[in-house]
Write a protein of this length. Structure first.
Length: 315
């Protein structure tokens, strides 16, 4: 429980830049109006777009708030903020927190530079701290030093790793050895690194299909998840990657990194509005403990306060 409270505080601190954009700027905007009207809503929509909600989500929130303000006869601009918080919380609820089922293979996919390697190390540590037996497969045989970096994280997490000589191995062969090892050792979760190829490359799709065939043959009773790692700091580019990787690589969920270093955390709302991919894990720091399961309620509460968290509870 103390760890959960500590992480929530880190989430709240990490989202400070996002909170300023989504709340302080909205406060400033609302304070400039004496009455609720069309001009206020036009500027509100623009402010939400600048907060990286994206045009569709910003428009949906604004129109819902406009309709509620009219229905509930909200006349004071200051009261609009609460409606905005509740509408955003409602969008987040579209993709509610989803728990993993074990045993599970997690294929960690995404472009280079988004934090796949560090996320695997942090996930391994998280699962171990929860009493799960984890194993890592260094299946990115394409990028130089990928295995070396992953081995450092595996050592930090105190989780075993299966790897082949860099540049020599076939990713599917690494996964084959790792799957056999996971079965023999009674593992609960197998974390597979993958090459950070561009999302429009056919070879990535073929490589992932081959890896999946190996997993399905060797671990037929295990669930397989393809978790797309996204850098929150890239804002709307993260949304584009989510759409493309879902289509090209069958992504089933998201890992959102670097929430603490950006004001673009609002992209979580865009991801919920425009895709059906749930954010399963979120990172708010560089420490090994700084990646945890994502909870929409916690995100809403960290940005807008407890009232927004309660709005998520209400559904």
């Amino acid at each position: 429980m103390d760890n959960e409270k500590g992480f929530f505080q880190k989430l709240k601190t990490g989202l400070e830049k996002t909170r300023k954009l989504l709340t302080t700027d909205v406060d400033d905007l609302l304070s400039g109006f004496a009455a609720v009207g069309d001009e206020l809503f036009d500027e509100l929509e623009e402010a939400l777009i600048l907060a990286d909600l994206g045009a569709p989500a910003a428009s949906a929130v604004t129109e819902s708030v406009r309709a509620r303000a009219k229905k509930e006869r909200v006349l004071e601009p200051a009261k609009i903020k609460g409606l905005v918080a509740e509408e955003i919380a409602g969008i987040l609820l579209k993709n509610p927190a989803r728990k993993l089922t074990f045993p599970v293979v997690l294929l960690i996919i995404g472009v280079n530079g988004v934090g796949k390697t560090t996320s695997i190390g942090k996930l391994a540590h998280l699962f171990k701290s929860e009493g799960k037996k984890a194993l890592i497969a260094a299946a990115d045989t394409f990028r130089a030093a990928a295995s070396d970096q992953l081995e450092i994280w595996a050592e930090r997490a105190e989780v075993p790793i299966i790897s082949h000589k860099q540049g020599k191995g076939d990713p599917a062969a690494v996964v084959f050895d790792a799957a056999r090892a996971a079965k023999a050792r009674g593992a609960d979760v197998l974390l597979c690194d993958t090459a950070g190829r561009l999302h429009n490359k056919k070879n990535l799709m073929e490589e992932l299909k081959k890896i999946r065939r190996v997993i399905e043959r060797e671990l037929p009773d295990w669930r397989v998840e393809s978790l797309l790692t996204l850098d929150a700091a890239t804002g709307q580019n993260a949304l584009s990657q989510a759409k493309l990787f879902k289509e090209a690589a069958g992504a089933t969920g998201l890992i959102l990194t670097k929430l603490d270093s950006t004001a673009k955390g609002g992209v979580i709302v865009a991801l919920a509005q425009e895709t059906d991919l749930p954010v399963l894990f979120a990172g708010v720091g560089e420490g090994i403990d700084d990646l945890r399961e994502f909870d929409p309620k916690d995100f809403a509460a960290a940005v807008f306060g407890e009232s927004a968290g309660k709005a998520v509870d209400k559904g």
